[in-house]
Design a protein around this ligand. Structure first.
Ligand code: NAD
Length: 371
């Protein structure tokens, strides 16, 4: 089987370049052993792009992202760019990519590998085998709503305003992604809002309910208030399958769910847009962690979040379920054999380097695929 899927690789800054290099090795392994080749191009983004090209993402890179089948991003940022003007800062590149690719659906799986169940702050029996997906609306809601700003009311008194707003179509399109994803998992969606105290919450619930009735009544749906959801995530997280929620609540709840798994170095993510007329759905895949300036350049970073982000790309952008599962299986086996990077090791364990972890995954790919 061969594939000429066009992937734009944006390693970025700090550990972004180190963890991306391990994914490039896996792509090479795939082309040698699975006859799957990708059409890969690599460009600068973030602080690295600012230093060389004067902006955190150039127009040419943005255009290439739009022309690609999927974008794979490492991480951006670092203290050396903290004083750069806001619209040229490394993080501005992420916002531009999300906005221009219209990536409205952010998928954050929280999966606990058995071998790491003791790394969580929750009791192992609560989270062993956990596999939930937080689906966050990413391009609307209170982070984008207008009016926003600070205005003067009278002497010594100002008022800050943010506006939470959602339209029918914005809720429907994220709801559809949630129901579709649930169908490929445990068929259960929990829709989260504050219908008890917010107009947008009531509206969100109404739209999700009618979408469910109209198109997805074979999927189990329940509704939950966001504050209760935060409690339930730490009380009994295994009750959830797919949680679909707005931008603000998703921001908070996905970080909460992430911590159930123990380490930032283990968390992949995907951001998806709408399917266009040619059937293409734009997608950007990146680990949840940042550029980790404290360990950058030291060969200490955990590459597994980046590797699992690549596995998500195979699954959601290219429908390569078998290859995606193969990589996830290799990661699971490597952990079961006791390999740990600095961030996931217990006090009495020895840490392996980024490169050693990457090489161990490749070795495991050989074993799992019988090479
Ligand atoms: P961070 O995620 O970079 O690091 C937080 C802590 O987790 C650090 O101690 C780091 O060493 C550790 N860590 C993170 N990823 C790890 C990995 N793969 N393996 C081992 N340890 C890991 O967050 P931060 O320190 O708040 O931010 C650093 C920079 O990254 C900032 O400039 C920030 O703006 C940026 N950032 C970028 C993204 C992104 O590119 N999507 C996300 C978050 C933060």
């Amino acid at each position: 089987m061969s594939s000429n899927k066009k992937i734009l690789v944006l390693p970025g800054d700090g550990i972004g370049t180190e963890v991306m290099s391990e994914v490039l090795n896996i792509m090479e392994w795939m082309s040698k052993n699975k006859s799957v080749s990708f059409d890969v191009s690599e460009r600068l983004v973030g602080g690295a792009a600012f230093d060389r090209e004067g902006n955190s993402i150039s127009d040419a890179t943005m255009q290439e992202a739009l022309d690609s089948d999927a974008v794979l991003l490492g991480a951006v940022g670092g203290p050396q760019w903290d004083s750069v003007e806001r619209d040229k800062r490394p993080e501005a590149a992420l916002l531009r990519l999300r906005k221009e690719m219209d990536l409205f659906a952010n998928l954050r799986p929280a999966i606990v590998f058995d071998a790491l169940a003791n790394s969580s702050s929750l009791k192992a029996e609560l989270i062993k085998g956990l596999n939930i997906l937080i689906l966050r609306e990413l391009t609307s809601g209170v982070y984008y709503g207008l009016p926003r700003g600070v205005e003067k009311i009278k002497d010594q008194e100002e008022k800050a305003i943010d506006t939470q707003s959602y339209t029918t179509s914005e809720i429907e399109r994220i709801g559809k992604v949630g129901f579709d994803l649930a169908k490929k998992r445990s068929n259960k969606v929990t829709s989260v809002e504050k219908a008890n105290v917010m107009e947008t919450g009531m509206f969100w619930r109404k739209i999700i309910t009618s979408l469910h009735k109209r198109e997805f009544n074979d999927v189990e749906l329940n509704h939950m208030y966001a504050d209760n959801c935060a409690m339930q995530l730490v009380r009994y997280p295994k009750q959830f399958d797919v949680i679909v929620t707005d931008n603000l609540f998703g921001d908070i709840l996905s970080d909460c769910a992430a911590m159930l798994t123990g380490s930032l170095g283990m968390l992949p993510s995907a951001s998806l847009g709408s399917v266009d007329v040619s059937g293409k759905r734009p997608g950007m895949y990146e680990p949840v962690h940042g550029s980790a300036p404290d360990i950058a350049g030291q060969n200490k970073a955990n590459p597994l979040a980046m590797i699992m982000s690549f596995a998500m790309m195979l699954r959601y952008s290219f429908d390569m379920l078998e290859d995606s599962t193969l990589i996830e299986k290799a990661v699971q086996n490597v952990l079961s054999k006791g390999l740990r990077t600095l961030d996931i090791k217990q006090d009495n364990e020895k840490a392996v380097s980024t490169k050693e972890m990457g090489a161990a995954v490749i070795e495991e790919l050989n074993i799992v695929s019988g090479k």
